[in-house]
Each structure stands twice: as C-alpha cells, then as structure tokens.
Design a binder for this molecule. Sequence first.
Ligand SMILES: [Zn+2]
Length: 171
Amino acid sequence: MALHLLHKKDSLMLPLAATLQAVAQTVESCQVCGNWDTQNPCHLCTDGRRDKTILAVVENVADLWAMERAQRFRGLYHVLGGTLSALSDVAPEALRIPSLVDRCRQGGIEEVILALNATIDGQTTAHYVAAALEGLPVRLTRLAQGVPIGGELDYLDEGTLGAALMARLPL
Ligand SMILES: [Zn+2]
C-alpha cells in the first residue's frame, strides 16, 4: 500500500495525507455517547427527531454505524469503547460504563438495549452492564439471536438454532 501511494504521490498520497490531517484535527469523541463526529455533542445526540427514551449500548463506533445502516433504530447510543476481556486485560474501568449509569440516573431513559456482540466477551460485558444498571428505573433488553435473513436451517450451528427456538415469535 505504501509503495502504491509513493507511485501516485501527487494524485493520491498528498491529498490523502491532507485529508487525514483534517480529520485528525476536526473529529472528536462525543462527550455524551462516544460517537466520532466533527461536532460535540454529535449530530445523533443533538437530533431532535430521535427518541431520547431509548438507548442502545454498543461496543464501538463501527457497531453504531452498523446499527445506523440498518435504519430501524431511532433512539440514542452509548459507545462502551470495548468489551470486558480477561485475555486482553480489559477491566471495567477502561469502558464507559460509569457514564452510562450517570445517563440512566439523570432520568428520561426508559429502555436500554444491550446491542453487544454474541461473543463470550460481549455477553460477559452485557451481564456486567446489566448488574451496573440494576435498581435504576430502566427496562433492559438485548438484541434477539436467531436465524439470519436468507439463512438455511441446515447450515446453522446448534447454539444459534437453539437460541432461535427459544426466541420464537407468534405468526
Ligand atoms: Zn453523541
């Protein structure tokens, strides 16, 4: 990649360097939700059309963008900045859990959706967050697990198929 950029120094490398510098100078982490944006609080937190009573807790900004691409969620977000991991030595203090508890304490939030990865670290973090929010007047939910759109039962792993059975819906 570096060699390709050097071959196209004027047409590619210098404009890319200028763009990266501009991004580094203007983009910052939202003080409310942890999203990256050129304004702080970010455009999602300040959008009056979004439902401020629902909060989706995600691991990182890439997950927030994935949720936005789905175009189904119209609430607000809280980016944890990672997941608890014994292997990677990520402790609760390293995540934005205290600020999540503060947001829920301030009131106005009725539901917190734990939109975390269906991995061991993601589920460990979900349990920790649920414990941290215990006693607060918010309804805790998590994303459903099951058959993916276009998925064939024959190719599903037993864990996913079992979760889909447990989370079945009336027709
Ligand atoms: Zn924000």
